[in-house]
Write a protein that binds this ligand. Structure first.
Ligand SMILES: [Zn+2]
Length: 185
C-alpha cells in the first residue's frame, strides 16, 4: 500500500518550554530563541542540533522548528523547514509575507542547500543566522551541501535581507556539545 500523507511533529517539550506569548523585538532576541531551541533539542535528544523561528514585523512568534530528521525518518525535517511549515499551517499561507507583512526567519546555523531553497519559496523578508556552514561541518560533522557562491547576494536580490554571525559562539557551543556526544539523533 502506498503512503498518501506525511506527518511531521515538533517534540512535546515545545509547549512547556517556549514562551509563545512574549515579544521578540530585535535580531538579538530572535536569534537567541533559535539557538535556545537548538540547545533544548540536543538536551532532550529529540533531534539534531538545530533550531529556527519565524516572527512577524512586531516581533510576535508565528512558528518554531527544530531538527526532526531522525525521529521522523524524513530528510526534509530540518529546523528551518519545520519552522516555515508550522508557520504556514498556522497562517494558512504558503507564502508567509503574501499580505505585505515583513517576516523574519531566525536560524541557529546557516541554511543548508535544501533550506536555502525552502526559505526563498516560503515568503520571508529577513534571514538571521548564527553559526556558519563551516562551524556545522567542523563541530557537528554535517555537510550543508552546495550553495551558490554568492548565496547571500542571491537572497538580497530577491528581497531577503541577511544578517550573519549573530551570537555565533553560542550556536557553536551547541554544535560542539552535539558533536562531542558521539550520538546521532
Ligand atoms: Zn537544512
Amino acid at each position: 500500500m502506498l503512503y498518501a500523507q506525511v506527518h511531521l511533529t515538533l517534540p512535546p517539550w515545545v509547549h512547556d518550554e517556549v514562551d509563545a506569548t512574549r515579544l521578540y523585538p530585535d535580531a538579538a532576541s530572535r536569534i537567541a530563541l533559535a539557538i535556545d531551541l537548538s540547545r533544548r533539542n540536543v538536551t532532550h535528544r529529540s533531534g539534531g542540533p538545530f533550531g529556527a523561528a519565524v516572527f512577524n514585523a512586531g516581533g510576535r512568534l508565528i512558528g518554531i522548528g527544530v531538527n526532526r530528521v531522525v525521529p521522523s525518518n524524513c530528510s526534509a525535517a530540518h529546523a528551518e523547514v519545520m519552522a516555515l511549515a508550522t508557520s504556514q499551517q498556522r497562517t494558512q499561507r504558503f507564502r508567509l509575507n503574501e499580505d505585505g507583512e515583513r517576516i523574519t526567519l531566525a536560524t541557529s546555523s546557516q541554511p543548508c542547500a535544501m533550506c536555502y531553497g525552502a526559505l526563498i519559496w516560503g515568503g520571508i523578508d529577513e534571514l538571521l543566522i548564527a553559526a556558519r556552514a563551516d562551524d556545522v561541518q567542523t563541530l557537528a560533522g554535517f555537510d550543508e551541501g552546495p550553495l551558490p557562491a554568492d548565496w547571500s547576494g542571491e537572497l538580497e536580490k530577491r528581497g531577503i535581507a541577511v544578517q550573519r554571525d549573530l551570537m555565533r559562539e553560542h550556536a557553536c557551543d551547541v554544535l560542539r556539545t552535539y558533536g562531542e556526544s558521539g550520538v546521532v539523533y
